[in-house]
Design a protein around this ligand. Sequence first.
Ligand code: OAD
Length: 252
Amino acid sequence: MTIADALPPELVAALRRARSIVALTGAGVSAESGIPTFRDAQTGLWARYNPEDLATPEAFRRNPRLVWEWYAWRRQLVSVAAPNPGHLALARLERLAPRFTLITQNVDGLHQRAGSTSVIELHGNLLRVRCSAEGTVYTTWPDVADPPPPCPACGAPLRPDVVWFGEMLPPEALERAWRAATTCDLFLSIGTSGLVEPAASLPRVAYASGATVAVINLDVTNAVEERCFYLHARSGELLPVLVSAAFPDAAT
Ligand code: OAD
């Protein structure tokens, strides 16, 4: 059976007639680009590293160089990666749907490189840094022998412009995400384990507001509810087929 045969026709119909679609993405959507996820048993970053050593404000205060270099390594992985067919299908869906909102927990910028123009970044972006003291954001910074480099304005260490455990999400991004989830008629949750709040609540909020919800990942679940679809598939394989099934006449 092909992926196209396995698509629930009700989901294809819901995608075709939706007036407002939201897609929430997580690390799984970039897995086929060679970027490790966080919680996959063998390959996930949190199977190899302790988040408390690397992704908290305390970790940065304790050992800023270690944290800086870990993010520099992840930035390097992203710089040699390319968007995969899943990212490209979501960029295509943005062009085809009447209203489309892409919310991502990813910090890799691959959605933007695939052509998505309006991306709500809940957890920040690896490709930016900001001053750890006064928050000014920079997209370029000097290479220094003993990183992190200092803020050009005040000299405090620069840090990645990402959200760490124990930190607030950017309020404006969260508010826009919440508004989109409560007003959409189709919500796609793609490549996320749904374990980190508040992003994890968005599909439930959308469902409670009456949306159809489709969950696409490699987790095992047997739950079946009305208006809710669980698709066990790689996003890079499934999304192009799903978008083409819903919009068969559209140019690619
Ligand atoms: P996780 O690593 O928790 O979950 C990855 C999800 O992607 C799992 O559900 C996998 O089944 C699924 N998956 C793996 N490969 C896939 C593929 N090719 N196609 C589709 N699905 C696939 O990653 P997130 O849910 O994104 O936060 O993690 C959420 C947050 O936890 C991250 O943003 C990060 C992390 O700690 C911070 O750093 C603040």
